[in-house]
Design a protein around this ligand. Sequence first.
Ligand SMILES: [Zn+2]
Length: 80
Amino acid sequence: MKTVYGLSEDVLARIRRHAEGTEGLATKVMKCHYCEHKAITVYEDSRGHVRAKCKKCGMEGIYNVVLRRGGAVSYRRCLS
Ligand SMILES: [Zn+2]
């Protein structure tokens, strides 16, 4: 993770708390509906719908994490 200076201990603790348990989880990249740019990365324990704004085209999309093309589960294992 990138080192960010000048953050308070509270903020750092919150960041760590949210990232807890993601170590070793597989991830899946969900592409923007509009431009196919990488919209969000979800972890294998993610379920349900998420809403994300694409950094490239700026469009907001709703993504169903459990919905996959062909119905196959295709998470990629983290190497780090
Ligand atoms: Zn986009």
